[in-house]
Write a protein that binds this ligand. Sequence first.
Ligand code: ADP
Ligand code: MG
Length: 241
Amino acid sequence: MIKVNHLKKSFGKNVVLKDLNEEVSQGEVVVVIGPSGSGKSTFLRCLNLLEEPTGGEIVFEGTTLTGLKEKEMNQLRQKMGMVFQQFNLFPHKTAKENLTIAPVKSKGVNQMEADNKAVKLLDQVGLGDKADAYPASLSGGQQQRVAIARALAMDPDVMLFDEPTSALDPEMVGEVLKVMKDLAKSGITMIVVTHEMGFAREVADRVLFMDDGYIVEQGTPENIFTQPAHERTQDFLAKVL
Ligand code: ADP
Ligand code: MG
């Protein structure tokens, strides 16, 4: 589904992604871990066309993601749902409206169909009773669940998560991870940057450890957590586990 060949990304003289090579298959759940500043967000942002790579290529569902026209980029972006640390809901729209704007405006879905689907998705993330609530009246955990439902409302082929629980109060982390675990079981392809090692162990098909602009090593959660091969992985895990 996704193929990354020799991906490089610099900001000025700062070389942030040095040479990433990776393949993600349909239905896989890939968790990316690594220290702050190692390039995890930049990697996701390149996949989602929010950043333009400096070198190398990304192929998504057979289409090379470089040199695309704006219209083609927008079509491809619709196939990738992204959930950020900050939920970024539209503050003056209800939960349900947050879910229907993009499908109606950019995919031409009719309003009634979009509304019905929004109600179903809100139900799926445990917020069936909050369809008419405004973001400010929701807790952080509830807002993040709306943000996940909003991404799903576009019927993406892959969901990208960038530290979705890092901005939450501790008591709200579990409810968001629960929604993500259910999603993983549903078979959708997911790439998740997180510091939640329990989630990685339980849900990941594969764990990638990034450091200093490289994928230093990768393997099953069992491999990475119990017998990391590289000293940098061992040091990182010693700090976070
Ligand atoms: P991580 O998500 O692993 O913490 P990031 O991908 O956010 O790492 O950042 C990696 C490096 O890239 C950092 O040194 C950061 O300062 C730099 N960086 C990220 N985005 C930008 C940007 N838009 N402009 C300049 N530097 C950036
Ligand atoms: Mg980051």
